[in-house]
Write a protein that binds this ligand. Structure first.
Ligand code: AHG
Ligand code: MN
Ligand code: MN
Length: 331
């Protein structure tokens, strides 16, 4: 049997080929933050971390204790890496300044959703952490330095705290997945070169919003629901975990489409999911695995951001299905 590859060994080999070795120490910090968050989540109710706080984030969402615990862990571990000039989090209104003494090699910006799917926490269903890394044009970055197109991302990834804890990431040269061996605390390469099949028979969308969707999405879902009796001539299956990380992970493993489209409750907000730390990193991963990601109107990675917490419609997954849904938007 061949020796399993640890994430540290993988980074050394993989990043050397890409001439991106400088990313390795920063990524190892990101991974140890995810590992710490996994431990806190595992403690569940025993650790007394469940429940809501009194506070709301800038998006008007009730914060959970674990949202803020995960946020604080991520900031604490990553601000000292020495490679990060600034950070931004779903849970923080403004960009996060990194102390001067930790900015000497501060060439990068780290954007993150510390706990994705946090409505799942107190029902013991999978949650995750999403991160995106951009190059910083300044050692003292301002908001404008963060507002880069998704196609400029240097790295994107997520941790999935599911039946096992996994890390999946891309540096623009394919997508690889690692599983945490809980006793040694080591991540091992278990899902090399993840690929999304171009065709699928599975969709993920919050069906309770059906009457609020626009016509192209209603048309697509109507056709899926007609299954073998309709023009798609095959039956579809549906899943909805309410945690984007878990949905995207499922799509990387067995194909499918994930949608959080625009709906008539959302126009003032622009969509449900956040561009900078949800849609962009997940789109980078999905595209690197051979899938596609669009708002229905444009490729997500081409969007020019207008704000740190900007929301966008999201359609991503198997390439032929996304192409079909985009065509319905043009019809
Ligand atoms: P977050 O917990 O970071 O706010 O994100 C939740 C997002 C996403 O992960 C999920 O797909 C979606 O919100 C769930 O929305 P519904 O509550 O409408 O199902
Ligand atoms: Mn989220
Ligand atoms: Mn979140």
């Amino acid at each position: 049997m061949t020796q399993p590859v640890t994430i540290t060994e993988f980074l050394a080999q993989h990043l050397q080929c890409e001439h991106k070795l400088a990313l390795a120490p920063m990524l190892l910090d990101v991974f140890s933050a995810c590992k710490r968050i996994a431990t806190v989540i595992e403690g569940g109710a025993l650790a007394g971390n469940m429940g809501n706080l009194e506070s709301e984030n800038i998006q008007g969402e009730m914060q959970k204790a674990l949202d803020m615990i995960a946020n604080d862990i991520f900031i604490e571990i990553n601000q000292q890496s020495g490679y990060i000039a600034g950070m931004a989090s779903e849970e923080m209104d403004d960009i996060i300044q990194v102390a001067e003494k930790f900015r000497q090699n501060g060439d990068y910006l780290l954007l993150f959703d510390p706990l994705d799917g946090s409505s799942n926490v107190n029902v013991n269903i999978s949650v995750g952490t999403i991160f995106s890394i951009l190059k910083s044009s300044s050692k003292h970055p301002a908001l404008a330095d963060f507002l880069q197109q998704g196609s400029a991302q240097i790295c994107a990834g997520y941790a999935l705290y599911g039946t096992s804890t996994m890390l999946v990431f891309t540096t623009g040269n394919g997508v690889n997945g690692f599983t945490l061996e809980p006793h040694s605390g080591e991540f091992y390469l278990t899902h090399p070169d993840m690929q999304i099949a171009a065709d699928t028979q599975e969709f993920a969308i919050n069906m309770s919003n059906y009457r609020f969707w626009q016509e192209p999405i209603q048309r697509y879902i109507d056709e899926c629901l007609l299954g073998a009796d309709g023009e798609r001539e095959k039956d579809f299956n549906m899943r909805w975990v309410a945690s984007m990380v878990a949905e995207v992970h499922r799509i990387l493993v067995r194909g499918g489409v994930f949608m959080y489209p625009m709906d008539s409750k959302l126009p003032a907000k622009g969509g449900k999911l956040r561009l900078m730390y949800e849609a962009n990193p997940m789109s980078f991963i999905v595209e690197q695995a051979g899938g596609a990601a669009s708002t229905g109107i444009e490729r997500i990675l081409d969007m020019m951001p207008t704000g740190l917490h900007q929301r966008v419609p999201v359609l991503m997954g198997s390439a032929n299905e996304i192409e079909r849904i985009v065509a319905y938007h043009q019809a």
